[in-house]
Design a protein. Structure first.
Lengths: 600, 93
């Protein structure tokens, strides 16, 4: 019994883990801190709800209540008991106190830094156009973009339910980018500390991470990479501490947040041959936390009527749903030199002088370094080989590991290197605060907010020709989910390529057309027919997405062959005044004809 | 000042200069709102190179294990290059 008690006490932390502490005192202590925390929770609510008065009052009241309860509980202790508790606190491990102090300070600094720089209005900065898709989940369950990220969307849905009146963009950015970013700075401290055995070096790795531009970009806008990175770094830290079960669970949770963690998990399994037996035993745990949650996506595919996807759980539907994922490893050899240059530029701007200790660190053998190298390599390959350069965002998930390796390298170098690296990192941190200030950059060019506001200002009943996804498409879907009465005329296919008679309307679009017919009574099979019907019913029709008439690409001009457009003063919104062609098939013929004429 | 220190100082100077030159273009590459793709479509992608490297590494490993003659190793490597070249050539753009 005594042994169980001491185990429980040990689990609850060092200051409470003193053998002289009785259960009664323990309960009082837990109650005291638990109620005292109410004030902090209230403050969080106030922050999230944009300092609305009732939340501010609630925060102050709950804080006061917490303090009051704390005083009452403290008064219940005898002098000897209080003294005993003091002794417990004093006898606590100094190292742990140092860790707690350092991590709290780092967290506070990082939180203030990232929160200050984060965008306070809806932004597509750093190519975060998917934010519209994430915002949708604050209102309803829909089919997310592939592969689904079940945990990430569930957390958003939960936040939407807990904070229904909050500014959705600020809410999600704070909880899913800013807070995880700040927590990652702390985790990096522990990884750097563990790899070098020195607290100072742990601190260096955290500071290095704070100066990394790529990491900053993802911590200050709404995207899913900070949230996912939290579990990858957590899994690695657990593994460094020989907590294999925790590592597997965290990898599983990470996989449920973003599918790329599944690739990392496979690499992990391949690398750690010596641990193979133990790892194989833990596979069911990984399946429970990482694979089973994807059942939610299958359920949504089967049941949800989302504008993004309406194909049900069918092979034909899944073929369209997953068919968009093809960019990785697809970079043409012809553009590799340019990509090398662009990659080098971004990495150099991210690392500064820390590039030198990083190179030295990567040559060092540290515990379980293969896994850290695999994470860095996996993300670097994904970015480098992708025809979509904006996947630099994935590197944000490798940044904590890169920062730890900087500390490892620096640990090998003479001490005079440390102030140089710290000065360089602080200079980058300052420069980034000025040049990569997401809030300032968004205010300067608020594309997402202006577009969304323009959509909300359109009269109800307006028909909208929208892409089936992308920044503009998701923003439009979000407006509809917010209750805006716009009629969704989805574009059949924005950029037809190949021979016209071999291109068919895809299965998902056919399902949408059927749904549209049932809901609105239109009979058209494609967007041209639907737009004609809308115009015939005297509806205002608008096309959302920028049209580039000056582009030499036939695809960029494509829809101008099908519709008569009239420009508006609304950003990204063009008015459709007429339809030039009978249907989509004839549009494809026209595109091909124009392309052939141009080639001749 | 020993040679190592001199080398480190020179490296720092070079990196500092390169960072100064790279910083503004790096910001420009990241601080965008619309995604952009490399629209150049070639018959060979970067994955082709990766496959080639993996093939060479695989053959090299095999040759070490089975103590192949260097001529046989080279023949296997060239066969891989040949097959890959053919597959690239016949891949529709």
């Amino acid at each position: 019994m005594a042994s169980t008690n001491s185990k429980v006490l040990h689990l609850l932390g060092t200051p409470l883990g003193h053998p002289n502490l009785t259960l009664r005192r323990l309960i009082s202590f837990v109650l005291m801190h638990g109620v005292g925390s109410l004030g902090s929770i209230g403050l969080l609510f106030a922050l999230v709800e944009l300092f609305q008065m009732h939340y501010m009052v609630a925060a102050v009241l709950s804080g006061a209540a917490g303090l009051l309860v704390k005083f009452v509980l403290v008064s219940l202790f005898t002098y000897e008991e209080k003294k005993s508790l003091m002794t417990v606190a004093e006898s606590a491990n100094r190292g742990r106190i140092a860790d707690a102090a350092i991590s709290t300070t780092l967290f506070a600094i990082a939180l203030v830094y990232y929160y200050t720089l984060s965008s306070k209005i809806w932004s597509w900065l750093y190519v975060s156009g998917d934010s519209g898709d994430w915002l949708l989940f604050t209102n309803e369950w829909v089919v997310p973009q592939p592969f689904g990220s079940p945990l990430f969307i569930s957390v958003i849905r939960l936040l939407g339910l807990v904070f229904p009146r909050a500014d959705a963009y600020q809410l999600l950015t704070l909880f899913l980018s800013v807070l995880p970013g700040a927590l990652l700075v702390v985790l990096t401290y522990f990884i750097g500390f563990k790899l070098t055995g020195k607290r100072g070096m742990g601190l260096v790795s955290s500071v290095s991470l704070l100066g990394m531009s790529v990491f900053l970009t993802q911590a200050t806008v709404l995207e899913q990479y900070m949230f996912t990175a939290l579990f990858i770094a957590g899994a690695y830290l657990a593994y460094l501490h020989n907590r294999l079960t925790w590592a597997v669970v965290l990898l599983g949770i990470g996989t449920a947040s973003h599918i790329i963690v599944g690739v990392i998990a496979l690499l992990w399994l391949a690398i750690e041959q010596q641990q193979r037996r133990r790892l194989f035993k833990l596979i069911p745990l990984y399946v429970v936390f990482g694979i089973l949650p994807y059942g939610l996506i299958l359920y949504l595919l089967a049941t949800s009527e989302s504008l993004f996807y309406m194909g049900g759980l069918t092979w034909a539907g899944l073929n369209v749903y997953l068919g968009n994922v093809y960019h990785t490893g697809n970079l043409s050899l012809a553009v590799v030199p340019q990509r090398l240059l662009d990659t080098a530029i971004v990495l150099l701007g991210m690392l500064g002088l820390a590039a030198l200790p990083l190179v030295i660190g990567l040559k060092e053998r540290v515990p379980r370094d293969n896994i850290a190298l695999a994470v860095i390599g996996c993300m670097a390959w994904f970015w480098f080989s992708n025809s979509f350069f904006s996947t630099f965002k994935y590197m944000a998930m490798a940044c904590p590991f890169i920062a730890a390796y900087i500390a490892v390298g620096l640990n090998r170098l003479p001490k005079w290197h440390i102030p140089i690296i710290l000065a360089s990192t602080l200079a980058l941190t300052g420069a980034n605060a000025f040049y990569l200030n997401a809030n300032a950059l968004t205010m300067k060019d608020p594309q997402a907010t202006e577009f969304y506001t323009a959509l909300l200002n359109l009269p109800d009943g307006t028909a909208i020709l929208s892409p089936r996804g992308g920044a503009y498409g998701f923003a439009f879907f979000y407006a509809v989910s917010e209750g805006k009465g716009l009629t969704p005329l989805l574009l059949t296919k924005a950029t037809p390529t190949g021979i016209a008679d071999q291109v068919q309307i895809d299965f998902v679009y056919a399902s949408y057309a059927s749904w549209f017919r049932d809901k609105y009574g239109y009979v058209g099979k494609d967007c041209i027919m639907l737009a004609r019907e809308a115009l015939a019913k005297d509806r205002e029709v608008y096309y959302v997405s920028p049209l580039d008439y000056n582009s030499s690409s036939i695809d960029a001009q494509g829809w101008a062959l099908a519709f008569d457009f009239e420009s508006t003063d609304m950003p990204g919104i063009t008015r459709v005044t007429g339809v030039k062609l009978p249907d989509w098939e004839s549009f494809l013929d026209k595109v091909e004809e124009t392309r052939n004429a141009r080639e001749q | 000042m020993n040679n190592k220190t001199k080398l480190a100082c020179a490296s720092y100077l070079a990196i500092a200069l390169a960072t100064l030159l790279a910083y503004a273009p790096a910001v420009k590459l990241m601080a965008i709102q619309s995604p952009w793709f490399n629209t150049v479509i070639g018959k060979a992608s970067i994955s082709t190179v990766l496959l080639l490297i993996m093939w060479v590494m695989f053959i090299e490993k095999l040759s070490k294990k089975k103590q192949w003659s260097s001529r046989r190793t080279w023949a296997m490597m060239m066969a891989g290059v040949f097959v890959l070249t053919l597959s690239v050539y016949y891949t529709p753009v």
